[in-house]
Ligand binder design. Structure first.
Ligand code: ZN
Length: 172
């Protein structure tokens, strides 16, 4: 609930003016939306969908560390959906860009709203299909395969990243 509040508040704060003609927007009664009284543009709270994927290879999983992560934390890969992409296309592109490998057997796992600031994380599992890990240094500081019983520092409970990892460890 607080995540929902944060997102709506942030949308309100950052969408005061019309993006087309810069007129002050007005709140529409009965709908969570704003309308421009000058040009009629309607604006709903924006969501930015992002995929998050656990890639497995036998009993190993691929984890990566972002230069932005605190305290050497490793996690599964994630990336924002670009205009015109399906979720599967985003997943394949992000994995290729960030670690240079190919994946197959993409399966839906679950989703999680993420209010920092307006994401919807859509979780998948996928299986390694080929290639050597080659990191994109702007996005990834370090990436490697880890055995499920020898994992590094991983994200805390409640995150979908952790749920993906825990499920794999339990069920594989
Ligand atoms: Zn306008």
């Amino acid at each position: 609930m607080s995540g929902r509040a944060v997102q709506i508040k942030e949308w309100d704060r950052t969408h005061q003016y019309c993006g087309y003609c810069a007129t002050l927007m007005t709140q529409i009664v009965g709908d969570r939306a704003k309308r421009c009284p000058n040009c009629g543009l309607v604006n709903y709270p924006r969501l930015s969908p992002a995929i998050i994927v656990l890639i497995s290879r036998g009993e190993d999983i691929l984890l990566a560390r972002s230069p932005r992560f605190p305290s050497l934390m490793f996690s599964v890969l994630a990336g924002f959906v670009e205009p015109g992409e399906s979720l599967e296309e985003t997943l394949i592109r992000e994995v290729r860009e960030e670690v240079g490998i190919e994946v197959k057997d993409i399966r839906y796992f679950g989703s999680q709203p993420w209010a920092f600031p307006n994401s919807l994380m859509i979780g998948f599992t996928a299986v390694y299909a080929g290639g050597e890990i080659t990191i994109e240094p702007a996005e990834i500081a370090e990436a490697a395969w880890f055995h499920k019983h020898d994992l590094p520092n991983i994200p805390p409970k409640l995150s979908i990243a952790r749920r993906l990892i825990d499920r794999f460890v339990e069920e594989t």
